[in-house]
Structure formats: C-alpha cells, structure tokens
Design a binder for this molecule. Structure first.
Ligand code: ATP
Ligand code: ZN
Length: 474
C-alpha cells in the first residue's frame, strides 16, 4: 500500500503496519525540522553565545556601553545582569520587569514577622529604593520568626538591624531607615516618597491609618496579617479595587484583635505571608501578573490549605475613597486612630486597666511578704491552661478566667485545704500574666461569695521584675 491508506481491500494488519510506517516518517520529518531550526538559530545567534572573554556571558550590546557597572537610562550594568540573571531569564519578567523594579521604591511598614521576609526579598531582588519604618527594638522572643534580625541585634533598633541585613545581601540598592513609628502626623510625608506600601504591622489603628494615607496619596497597599496558625493577604486600592475601609468600614470589637504576644504564632506562618506580600509588591511595582486586588488569600497552616476569596468591590460610600468622600489630608492628620479602633498602636502603650479598688489589690512584694510569713491562703492563677504550663508560681491553683464561673466550688475546696474556713473570710489572691484578667476575676469573685479576693498588681510580669528575677516570662 502506498499513500492510499483507506483501502477497503486491505487487512487490519496491513493498515496497522502502514500507520506505524507513517508515524516513523512523521518523527523523522519533525527531527529534521528541529535540526534546521537549530542551524538557523546558530546563524542568527547574538554574540552572547561566544566565550572569548568573561563579559561574553552578557548580551554584547548592553555590555559594550555599560562596562564598569554604570547603568544607562534603558540598560542594566554587567554586574546587574549577572546578579539578576535568573529574573532576566523569565520570559514574563525579563529585562523590562527588572528595570521597573530597579526604578521602583517600596516602603515596608514594620520590621517584624511579616516585614522580615518582605524586606529581605525586596532588597535581594533589586527594588531601587527600599524604605523600612519601625521604632521597636529587637527582642529575644522575636527571633523565632523575625528572621531578618540576628542575636547580635537584640536590644537594638529593628530598622538598623533590618537595613544591615538587607545591605549585606544587596549593597547596590538604596536603603532608607525610618527610625520612628508611622503615625498620622508623619505618614503623609514618609509615604509620599514611595510608589508602593507594604503593611507589615500588627495592629488595627496602624492598618486603618496606613490605608487612609495610601488612599489620600494614591499608593497601592499590600496588606498582610498572621496570627497563630493562620494568615491572610490582599492588595488594597489598586486598579480601582477596594481599600481596607471599603471592606471594613467599622473596626471589629477590641476582643477580636489579638496579637502574637497574646495568642502566639508559629514562626513560619508570617514567613509564608511575608513572602507572598513581597511577591505582590513586585507584581504591583512591575505591572507583571494579576495582583490580589479585590481578592483575599487565606492560609491555614494546620491543613496546609490556601483559599482565595473574592472580596466586595470598591464601595461608593467609603469615607476615604468613595464617590463623595470628603476625607482630606487635614482630616487625616487630626484623626485619632487609636480612639477610632479602641485599641493601641503599640503593646508598649497598652493601658493598664484599673477595674477594682485599691483595697482589693496587693503588690507582688506585699504578696511575697505574706508567703514568707507562711500566712495560709490560696493563689489563684486565672491564665489559660497552656499559659500555666509555661511557668507558674509554685503552689498556685490554675482556674482559667473563661471557666471561673463554673469552678467556684473548686476554689472553696482549695481554700478549705489551705486551712481557710469559708469564702467570706478567706485569703484568696488572684494572678494572671499582666494584671488585667486577674482584676476581671477579682471583680467577679468579690460579687460572688469571695469578698476578700485580691488582685496581684501587674501579674507575673511584676512578680518577675520585683520579686523573683529568675522567674521565666514570655
Ligand atoms: N505604626 C507603625 N509604624 C511602624 N512600625 C509599626 C507600626 N505598628 C507596628 N509596627 C511594627 O510592626 C512590627 C510587627 O511585628 P510583629 O507582628 O512580628 O510583632 P512584635 O510587636 O515585634 O512582637 P510581639 O507581638 O511578639 O511582641 C513590630 O516591629 C512593630 O514595632
Ligand atoms: Zn475605600
């Protein structure tokens, strides 16, 4: 049979054989095409393929005009080409993407768990100007997740530490250290100097304030959050997408806003979200890909699940970016974000509650005196059980505040065992981590059969500071 394969008279075997023959012929033709294509490429290949000297690793037209590391308006220096070569090799990013990155300026607000990978990646990948703003100091308990800081920087400014780490990776970019907290009074001035802003802070007032500032200045905002074993990120106010206030016009109740220092966080979680924030910042700065505008990425570390949910669009009623928004720079500077969100910008400014009268409180030193005198009493620790396991004052009884109501008989029993007759006249002291929950507990106990219950002022933190310097705090 020749090419007339459709032949009613041929047997099935004949037809199969003919198919095999044609397949082999087709393969041969394909191979010949590949070979010819390769020959054609060689004939038109740029000088970059030649290996006469070292600089021939780089495309010749750029290298010729850009020896000695200088950068032209439209080109990259030989050093830059080598440093960023793996970016340049990406067809979707290439020289154009890298040039845009080198010309961009990005501000990272917060050099903590999120800000660490953000700043490291943005510095290493060649953002032209990288600003880092933070007023905090590095603490030992930051190091498990704030990977930009090293032990040698404990007790020193985070911006200094972060900038040093970035410089060690890439000394060719411009790094700006803003050694202050970003607040309504300084934000317009600082943010206006950058193209893109990354919110890597950990508190609600900063989140609203940074959003409003970015809307007023027309800057895209990459917003991330990580707590416990979960994280999320989105891009605000970009390409007509919603801003943070469009999505959350009123702040959530204070109780819903927890911090890593209260709830804990697995170190890698902010690492994952921070890396994704850096990625979104690069996409926005270079106009490559589809940034997470109007969408939110949710990461669940326990199940290793990542979901992307579509968010509401921009709100025409939004007070900062809506159609009739009258929010001005003047309004912004006078706006009290801590009051609006009912929460502080910094742990350091957390107000110490005063819920019970002085007569229902005792200092840790006074408490130590009565322990030394062997005065019969019960010390009730109202922290959650997993906190109690970390460290506790010897002899204390753990009944978490959340279940106190159901455990009054247990307290009675503990008092009787300690030689106390009844709740009314019993010596009952209450402690927690910082002295806020213990006051809540005392308030409740005083009104429910334990009128003499007293709060240990300042909690375990003040015990560690004023009485037992070896007591482990966390
Ligand atoms: N308005 C702000 N301006 C600049 N930096 C801010 C602002 N708000 C928060 N930050 C910084 O953002 C970082 C957030 O870091 P992170 O969430 O990892 O927690 P942390 O405060 O360092 O530690 P922890 O919560 O465990 O005590 C901190 O370094 C903090 O100082
Ligand atoms: Zn808005």
């Amino acid at each position: 049979m020749d090419s007339g394969i459709v032949n009613g008279g041929a047997s099935s075997d004949d037809i199969l054989r003919e198919i095999e023959r044609l397949e082999a012929e087709k393969k041969e033709i394909e191979n010949r095409i590949l070979l010819l294509q390769a020959q054609l490429n060689n004939k038109t290949a740029p000088d970059a393929c030649r290996k006469e000297d070292d600089t021939d690793r780089f495309p010749r037209p750029l290298v010729n005009s850009l020896r000695n590391g200088e950068v032209s308006g439209e080109g990259l220096s030989a050093d830059m080409i080598y440093r960023y070569s793996r970016h340049l090799l990406l067809p979707d990013f290439g020289v154009e993407g890298q040039l845009k990155l080198l010309k961009s300026s990005i501000l990272v607000v917060g050099a903590g768990g999120l800000g660490s990978p953000v700043a490291l990646y943005l510095a290493s990948c060649g953002v032209g100007c990288l600003g880092i703003v933070d007023d905090d100091m590095v603490e030992l308990n930051n190091l498990h997740r704030q990977i930009i800081h090293a032990e040698a920087y404990v007790g020193k400014l985070k911006v200094k530490s972060a900038a040093a780490a970035c410089r060690a990776i890439n000394s060719s970019i411009k790094l700006v250290e803003h050694r202050e907290a970003l607040k309504a009074v300084n934000a317009l001035d600082i943010v206006s100097k950058y193209d893109v802003v990354v919110d890597a802070t950990d508190n609600l007032p900063s989140r609203y304030m940074i959003n409003d500032c970015c809307v007023l200045l027309g800057k895209p905002l990459i917003s991330g959050a990580a707590l416990g074993l979960e994280g999320q990120l989105t891009v605000h106010h970009h390409n007509g997408g919603p801003c943070y206030r469009c999505l959350f016009p009123t702040p959530p109740p204070t109780a819903a806003c927890q911090r890593c220092s209260d709830s804990g966080v697995l170190g890698v979680v902010p690492g994952v979200i921070g890396c994704l924030q850096a990625l979104e910042a690069i996409k926005v700065a270079t106009a490559v890909g589809e940034p997470l505008s109007g969408r939110m990425l949710l990461f669940d570390a326990l199940s290793s699940r990542i979901r992307i949910v579509k968010m509401r669009g921009r709100s025409s009623h939004c007070v900062v970016c809506g159609e009739n928004a009258a929010f001005t720079q003047q309004n912004f500077q006078n706006f009290d974000y801590e009051c609006f969100t009912q929460s502080p910008m910094s742990d350091r400014s957390s107000p110490k509650l005063k819920l019970v009268p002085e007569s229902a409180r005792i200092s840790s030193k006074e408490y130590k005196e009565l322990v030394d005198k062997h005065e019969p009493h019960v010390l009730l620790d109202v922290r959650p059980a997993h906190h109690f396991k970390i460290s506790a004052i010897p002899g204390s009884v753990n009944i978490p505040l959340s279940i106190l109501e159901d455990k009054l008989p247990t307290i009675d029993l503990a008092l009787r065992e300690a030689g106390q007759v009844s709740g009314k006249h019993a010596s009952l002291y209450v402690v927690c981590r910082r002295g806020n929950d213990s006051q809540r507990a005392v308030q409740y106990l005083n009104g429910n059969g334990f009128p003499l219950a007293k709060d240990l002022i300042g909690g375990l933190e003040s015990w560690a500071q004023d009485v037992d310097r070896t007591f482990p705090i966390y």
